[in-house]
Design a protein around this ligand. Structure first.
Ligand SMILES: *[C@@H]1O[C@H](CO)[C@@H](O)[C@H](O)[C@H]1NC(C)=O
Ligand SMILES: *[C@@H]1O[C@H](CO)[C@@H](O)[C@H](O)[C@H]1NC(C)=O
Ligand SMILES: *[C@@H]1O[C@H](CO)[C@@H](O)[C@H](O)[C@H]1NC(C)=O
Ligand SMILES: *[C@@H]1O[C@H](CO)[C@@H](O)[C@H](O)[C@H]1NC(C)=O
Ligand SMILES: *[C@@H]1O[C@H](CO)[C@@H](O)[C@H](O)[C@H]1NC(C)=O
Ligand SMILES: *[C@@H]1O[C@H](CO)[C@@H](O)[C@H](O)[C@H]1NC(C)=O
Length: 340
């Protein structure tokens, strides 16, 4: 009798265990289905460098001491067409002039702002440029791929709203303007050149230009991988051929949505890099301008008072500090000046 009961118990236990295993399998498969990378995002694993690390960057590990800064409020950007600024860069030709743009949904225009007040100075229409999802703006030498000498402004139509399919950089020569005479006016500027590219990333909100006019882009975090830094080859300018970019490095430590890069900037001399994520301003010292080598290492964390949806950062023209700008209507323009 005891033997029979034992067998029955064993059978019932067996059934319960099997059911448990089946339920667990179904739940796990469901979870995998929900959280798997969507198509177009695969093939990324083998490229990944550095270790996955979900912890937030709190501290630097090695390298030079980070830049110490103090924060101040420059002003507010009240210009009504700038409802969602998502990039900023500083002129090196005109003192205290910044350029910014609106996020997706806007027209093919950028705006000059007064870097000491946030006041609107000028609206600049880029003739022939399209606007799917402009996500960042950069400033630098026009470079050897340009017939324009001097400085250029670069706009990145690389955002995820276009599913990574737009991936176009627009370049214009910085217009010659007498700001004292033209406050509030509109200007049309022709394209200097266009660069189209494709890569294995689908959302990118960071464009940076070095002291030679070379262009770098950084993607957003994809499927818990790190953001990818790539260099866009200068021979692709003006060809109208979409160049395939496979080379790149992954930035360490940044794996979660809050670590997503939303803007970046290379200092005028090319040796210092800022990267704005949703939560932080990160910094790399790159004395030899080998961005791939240095940015694969852990960055320093600089002072940053969190803005609501802040998506913009840039050095000032003399690298004596950096600006950040929120995305809100009436966004606050901050300046962080180096100390010591
Ligand atoms: C992630 O980074 C933290 C902080 O730097 C460190 O303590 C931890 O060991 C790292 N974890 C892994 C898995 O590398
Ligand atoms: C950074 O790490 C070092 C060494 O681990 C430690 O001495 C220092 O206090 C840390 N600084 C901050 C701001 O956490
Ligand atoms: C600015 O961008 C935001 C976000 O995409 C959009 O809702 C808004 O209409 C744009 N504003 C203008 C004036 O283009
Ligand atoms: C910016 O504003 C300051 C006053 O806040 C003014 O002195 C300066 O001329 C303005 N710059 C430009 C380029 O208009
Ligand atoms: C880029 O790659 C795509 C797909 O692999 C291919 O169709 C295209 O011709 C390539 N473009 C160039 C310029 O090599
Ligand atoms: C912008 O925000 C500042 C600070 O909150 C406030 O003093 C100012 O009145 C605002 N300006 C407009 C036009 O809303």
């Amino acid at each position: 009798m005891a033997d029979v009961i034992g067998k029955k118990v064993a059978v019932i236990l067996g059934v319960v265990l099997s059911l448990g295993v089946i339920v667990l399998t179904v739940v796990l498969c469901g979870a995998f289905f929900f959280f798997r990378p969507s198509s177009g995002q695969t093939g990324n694993q083998q490229l990944k460098q550095g270790s996955k690390n979900d912890s937030h960057i709190q501290n630097t590990t090695s390298g030079p001491i980070a830049v110490d800064t103090t924060q101040s409020v420059v002003g507010h950007v009240t210009f009504p067409l700038l409802t969602e600024t998502s990039g900023i860069c500083a002129s090196r030709r005109y003192k205290d002039v910044l350029y910014t743009h609106n996020d997706s949904g806007g027209l093919n225009r950028i705006f000059a702002l007064n870097g000491t007040s946030g006041d609107h100075l000028l609206t600049i229409y880029i003739e022939g440029a399209t606007h799917q999802d402009w996500e960042d703006i950069a400033y630098g030498p026009c470079g050897t791929s340009s017939s324009a000498g001097g400085y250029c402004i670069f706009v990145a139509d690389t955002g995820g709203n276009a599913g990574g399919l737009a991936n176009t950089i627009f370049r214009i020569a910085e217009p010659q303007v007498d700001f004292s005479l033209n406050i509030g006016s509109e200007l049309n500027v022709p394209l200097d050149s266009t660069l189209k590219f494709s890569w294995d990333q689908y959302d990118c909100e960071t464009i940076m230009v070095d002291e030679q006019g070379e262009v770098y882009v950084i993607s957003k975090v994809m499927s818990w991988n790190q953001p990818k830094l790539a260099h866009l080859p200068r021979h692709a300018w003006g060809t109208n051929q979409r160049v395939n970019v496979s080379m790149g490095v992954f930035l360490p430590e940044l794996t979660s949505n809050r670590d997503n890069p939303t803007a970046g900037d290379i200092s005028p001399d090319g040796t210092e890099v800022l990267l704005k994520t949703y939560q932080q301003v990160l910094y790399w010292h790159v004395p030899d301008r080998d961005y791939f080598r240095h940015m694969a290492r852990r960055p320093a964390v600089l002072l940053y008072i969190r803005e609501r949806q802040g998506e913009a950062v840039c050095w000032d023209a003399a690298s004596t500090g950096y600006y950040t700008l929120g995305e809100d209507v009436n966004a606050t323009l901050y300046y962080y000046r180096r100390v010591g």
